[in-house]
Design a binder for this molecule. Structure first.
Ligand SMILES: [Mg+2]
Length: 221
């Protein structure tokens, strides 16, 4: 069945959609740097500090390529996940979004198979006041799917239901998907230097900058 809407009806439908923002979890909302440093230290066989792994997602500065593979396998497991910490001001910013009436949609590469990371993640995020009543969390169905493929598919369906105001992510490949979908893209430079985000609509070093923009009315919520 084909349904045609007049422009007025279409505009009304668009205006009625719930406003929402899309938020990544790993190294966007929760810092994984302490966990990454601990896992990197195990593989390297020597102490590694949080600063040593900053903006180096694969620990390429410290590990050989064979070591990087075993480090990343460990990172994909749930081991030491309790070491993750919310970034300063993340909870306050998300609260400002909620209080404006917009919905928070966590869209995460944390997967459901072969190990279900969702339960531990949500429990952890609730504990820190990051995940609250009314929020939505969507996790990757399987480890084998690329984050950006998963996110691209989800954005397509989310756009039908929500008016997406903006999205924030730490990974250039994922953030670019939002940009291509016409969504205002915010890069957070926790995993990559700003130069990697030359396409982004906004580049921030931390959540305090996002909150300040919301408070000044420069970022819509
Ligand atoms: Mg991430």
């Amino acid at each position: 069945m084909l349904v045609f809407y007049g422009q007025g009806a279409y505009n009304k439908f668009m205006a009625q959609r719930t406003r929402a923002v899309i938020v990544d979890i790993d190294n966007t909302t929760l810092s994984c740097d302490q966990r990454r440093a601990a896992l990197c230290a195990e593989v390297a066989g020597r102490p590694v500090l949080e600063d040593d792994v900053r903006q180096d997602l694969y620990c390429a500065r410290l590990l050989t390529s064979a070591q990087q593979a075993s480090y990343f396998d460990a990172f994909l497991s749930t081991r030491l996940m309790f070491m993750d910490q919310p970034y300063p001001c993340a909870a306050e910013t998300l609260e400002a979004v909620r209080s404006s009436g917009a919905r928070i949609i966590f869209l995460s590469g944390r997967f459901l198979r072969p190990v279900d990371k969702s339960k531990a993640t949500l429990q952890f995020m609730r504990q820190y006041g990051i995940f609250k009543e009314g929020d939505i969390a969507i996790f990757k169905p399987s480890m084998d799917v690329f984050d950006f493929d998963f996110k691209a598919a989800e954005i397509e369906s989310l756009k039908k239901e929500y008016e997406i105001l903006w999205a924030i992510d730490d990974t250039p490949r994922s953030l670019r998907i939002f940009k291509q979908e016409g969504i205002y893209s915010i890069a957070i430079t926790t995993s990559y230097p700003p130069a990697r985000f030359d396409f982004a609509d906004l580049i921030v070093d931390g959540w305090d900058e996002v909150l300040a923009r919301i408070q000044r009315g420069e970022l819509i919520v």
